[in-house]
Design a protein around this ligand. Structure first.
Ligand SMILES: *Cc1c(COP(=O)(O)O)cnc(C)c1O
Length: 451
């Protein structure tokens, strides 16, 4: 079959292979890589996914995008098997309500799905090309831990994680600071935005070019592709020909993966785009006018506190539009999120409904879900469930639990008056020694500490 290439959403950069898109992350014209052709699996092929292990489904789907010459079959198979060595349970909660648990990985966050496979693919490609990479990430919480765990112990990759000293929880910090080895954690005396500004500057710094800096954030197509797999898996297990998903969205990577899965053949009738109080998307769907929420609103579903989601550029592109940031000649952003060409908004309205869920509804959803079903959900899952209930579609809807409730003990205690059970992967952190550097919010200090 013809090889799948990747082009930039800004259309000013050459097309590249999956391998290059993986190592580059962002296209040189600051666009996001999208496949030039989306492969389609017929229903007979998809029906074969029933009852086989998760990693096997992952292998079969990802194989289509990566040519044999880039990663041989047996190696790709092993990488998938190593990456997905944990359960992915789906539970039928009520007549038309399912819950997919994406929180059973080693860091108890759904970021494990993307990070674990991307790390292994990158490491393999780097080792074949005899390269050493330095992954640089800024995190406000979950990404740092998942990336640290996913890349830990890989030979050709070092990782530097920047986090705001005072804005992450103790457990989140420990997920980044207790590994050591090729993982280096830096606490910045500043905010998440300060960390991100340092990372952005580093990527454009000629003094760091020899370090082969690479990004591991959700701009990278390599992080998106692995997430298509659980849409196939969920569909196979829901046993219905018409289904919907209620996706709790932050940077819209999860949703974009779902949309890809739909294009690839999963019969998804509707997506419920569930956002917290950062409501730029439901407003856009209603009015056709896109306006980022600046600064982003702080809600308890903190991984979804995004006022200008990066993957929206891909989504709009798929529906025939063009969303980009306006930049000056030096590449600095002067205006975020400019809609240069409108997508087919009527088609989008057929495929998506969207709801903004406020903090009060999150709280009542956690409470009522527990009272009705005896299941503890955390704020991100609650946004997903609340939106599904509001949408009130008459088809089976799969909601996502994207983090373990034990990551939000204060919230659970306050609403339910109980302690969420702590999974082993989080409990063990309590007794491990931490190791990290604290720096001033200053770019030169950062460069000093990584050189
Ligand atoms: C990152 C994250 C999300 C949002 O996913 P996106 O792909 O960024 O839309 C939701 N829940 C949790 C727990 C997350 O860590």
């Amino acid at each position: 079959m013809e090889k799948i290439l990747f082009r930039s959403t800004n259309r000013q950069a050459p097309e590249v292979s999956f391998k290059e898109a993986l190592l580059k992350g962002q296209a040189p014209d600051y666009g996001l890589y999208v496949p030039t052709r989306i492969p389609h699996l017929d229903s007979e092929e998809i029906s074969k996914f029933v009852g086989i292990p998760y990693y096997e489904v992952a292998f079969r789907i990802i194989r289509i995008y990566i040519p044999e010459e880039d990663i041989p079959t047996s190696i790709l198979y092993d990488l998938c098997k190593q990456a997905y060595n944990f359960p992915v349970p789906i539970e039928k909660i009520d007549k038309n309500l399912f819950l997919l648990y994406l929180d059973k990985g080693p860091t108890a966050s759904f970021k494990d799905f993307a990070a674990r496979l991307m790390a292994r693919l990158m490491n393999y490609v780097a080792s074949i090309e005899n390269k050493n990479l330095l992954i640089l990430v800024a995190t406000s919480g979950d990404t740092g831990g998942a990336v640290a765990d996913a890349f830990f112990g890989l030979n050709n990759i070092n990782v530097v994680i920047l986090f705001p000293e005072k804005e992450v929880t103790g457990r989140q910090r420990k997920q980044m600071t207790t590994l050591g080895g090729n993982i280096c954690a830096i606490a910045v005396k500043g905010t998440f935005d300060d960390c991100q500004a340092i990372v952005k500057r580093a990527f454009n710094d000629p003094a760091l070019r020899h370090k082969n800096l690479t990004s591991a954030n959700s701009i990278n197509f390599g992080r998106l592709l692995p997430q298509t797999v659980y849409y196939f898996k969920a569909y196979c297990e829901m046993g219905s020909e018409k289904i919907g998903f209620s996706v709790p969205c932050g940077n819209f990577g999860n949703l974009m993966a779902g949309v890809l899965a739909r294009e690839m053949g999963v019969p998804i009738e509707r997506f419920i785009v569930a956002v917290n109080e950062n409501d730029e998307f439901p407003k856009f769907l209603k009015t056709g006018i896109y306006k980022p929420v600046v600064p982003s609103k702080k809600c308890s579903s903190n991984a979804m506190n995004v006022g200008h989601p990066s993957n929206l550029a891909r989504l709009i592109d798929l529906y025939g539009g063009w969303l980009t940031d306006e930049r000056d000649a030096q590449g600095r952003v002067i205006r975020k999120g400019v809609l240069k060409k409108s997508p087919d908004i009527n088609l989008m309205r057929k495929h998506f409904v969207s709801f903004s869920i406020n903090e009060k509804i999150v709280d009542t959803t956690i409470k009522e879900f527990y009272e009705k079903y005896g299941i503890i959900i955390e704020p991100h899952g609650a946004v997903s469930v609340a939106a599904a209930l509001l949408a009130n579609l008459e088809i089976p809807i799969c909601c996502f639990e994207t983090a373990n409730p034990a990551k939000f003990p204060e919230k659970i205690r306050q609403i339910l008056g109980i302690e969420p059970p702590v999974p082993e992967c989080l409990a063990r952190l309590d007794n491990i020694k931490e190791n990290f550097v604290i720096i001033e919010n200053n770019y030169d200090k950062f460069v000093e500490s990584i050189l």
